[in-house]
Design a protein around this ligand. Structure first.
Ligand SMILES: Cc1ncc(COP(=O)(O)O)c(C=O)c1O
Length: 449
């Protein structure tokens, strides 16, 4: 199939994820065909810096031979063996062992699925069934934060707190409650860094009191809220949330789908913020995208409740041999190359350079941690008035950056996310910021708001 044929088919026969077909046709679909390290190449062999690890996923970088070899070796043995009905496969067992050893606290037993939404979905179903087994069937409600993204399947979407994603599919599931996010740039309580008393965390206590603790099953949170634009919470936030959850016998689910596997400067972001979750969910970087995998790991006491009762849940491809093999090798590489430390050290440099972009009149805020950053654009810096969504400012920046050799993906209307592979070199970090500088300048000049 030649280039033009591929483009024609992409325009008409592939329904894109989160993109408008007419807009794609206007500019031509962008087809990525290969990658190496922190670089990717399109169908015309043009090189780009991968500024988002494709989708916060390719943590160890593209084209790693160790993973390719491990996958080949596994394929020579068996391609697929499920985890249904008491049967297991070898790499899934080894991965479960690895996760039990490296996750914090006494997180112990893993459930494997194919991606982040399925992991969140599994956690929601798990906590509801857990409380029913324990004799508290009325403990069903799930608390999450506004502006959060936890995935797209009905349970995960019901936990998601972004209106645009929710609205077309309403009514969503009942018994999902949303509280204020720790969005310091736009504090719901009009507090500043100096006056903040983690009111957003304390709001959870009021909500629990109003709803009744005996009706709340769990709270699900990303340590660093990604879709909202790399929201790093205030120091006392998780300490307070954790205290409230423990007092009220509420299970804490940490959504580490983006945050984990070195992205924030440690293997798990929960560790950075002193969060001790009862359940952690993973996706994306658990395999660095070499195969699709999601995972949920639960603490020992939660698992014990299911000794004589079946968890009524399963997916055909959950724990696929290739995915678990990819995860094992991926984790081995992250550990042996200490890529989390690289994200921590080099992420500081990236952040420092990105913060210089606040010189632009439309850049309201730059925030993040490790290799997990975001730029938020505003109409007015003084009032923080949002840029109208129909302007699609961030998408225009993405286009301008792509022309200049930086891949960012059009993930939001008013935020640019920057999350490169953890193996990125210094000169490419500098180049990312240079390209962003020029691209923001170009869009600021050309777009009237
Ligand atoms: C925090 C978080 N949770 C869950 C998901 C859903 O993962 P997936 O797209 O693999 O279903 C995402 C996806 O971006 C995410 O960012």
């Amino acid at each position: 199939m030649d280039r033009d044929e591929l483009i024609k088919i992409a325009e008409s026969n592939v329904l894109p994820h989160y993109a408008i077909v007419s807009e794609i046709r206007e500019k031509e679909p962008k087809i990525i065909v290969k990658g190496k390290g922190a670089k990717i190449y399109d169908i015309d062999d043009k090189e780009y810096i991968d500024g988002l690890s494709i989708l916060w996923t390719v943590n160890i970088g593209h084209g790693r031979q160790d993973i390719i070899d491990a996958l080949k070796e596994q394929l020579e043995k068996i391609n697929y063996a499920s985890l249904f009905g008491g049967y297991f496969n070898e790499p899934a067992i080894k991965l479960a062992d690895k996760l039990a050893k490296i996750t914090p606290s006494n997180l112990k037993t893993s459930f494997f699925i194919s991606g982040g939404s399925e992991a969140v979905e599994s956690a929601i179903k798990f906590v509801r069934q857990y409380w029913a087994i324990k004799g508290f069937p009325e403990k069903k409600k799930i608390i999450s934060r506004r502006e959060s993204y936890h995935g797209v399947t009905y349970g995960a979407l019901s936990a998601t707190g972004l209106r645009t994603y929710r609205q077309p599919f309403e009514p969503l599931l009942p018994f999902f409650l949303h509280v204020s996010p720790p969005y310091c740039y736009r504090c719901d309580f009009n507090k500043t860094k100096e006056t903040c008393n983690v009111e957003c965390a304390k709001q959870i206590k009021d909500l629990i009191f109003y709803e009744g603790a005996k009706t709340i099953a769990a709270i699900i949170m990303e340590p660093v809220m990604s879709a909202a634009g790399a929201l790093v919470p205030p120091k006392k936030y998780f300490e307070t949330v954790q205290e409230i959850a423990r007092e009220n016998k509420i299970i804490i689910i940490a959504d580490e789908v983006i945050n984990a596997w070195g992205r924030c400067g440690d293997l798990f972001a929960s560790t950075i913020f002193g969060l001790d979750p009862d359940i952690m969910v993973f996706g994306k970087g658990i395999t660095s995208g070499y195969a699709p995998l999601g995972a949920m790991i639960v603490k020992e006491d939660l698992f014990e409740a299911f000794t004589d009762v079946m968890f009524v849940h399963g997916h055909t491809f959950g724990g696929h041999c290739l995915s678990t093999t990819a995860a094992l090798k991926n984790i081995e590489l992250i550990e042996s190359e200490k890529l989390y430390l690289r994200a921590k050290e080099k992420g500081e440099k990236l952040g420092k350079l990105l913060k210089e972009l606040t010189k632009h009149k439309r850049v309201g805020d730059v925030r993040g941690i490790g290799f997990h950053w975001a730029i938020e654009y505003v109409k007015d810096k003084e009032t923080k008035e949002r840029i109208p969504s129909n302007i699609k400012f961030a998408m225009k920046v993405e286009e301008a950056a792509f022309k200049r050799g930086l891949y960012l993906c059009r993930a939001s209307v008013d935020k640019t996310y920057i999350a490169p592979p953890l193996v990125i070199e210094d000169e490419d970090i500098e180049k990312i910021v240079e390209i962003l500088d020029e691209s923001i300048d170009e869009v600021s000049r050309s777009v009237e708001i």
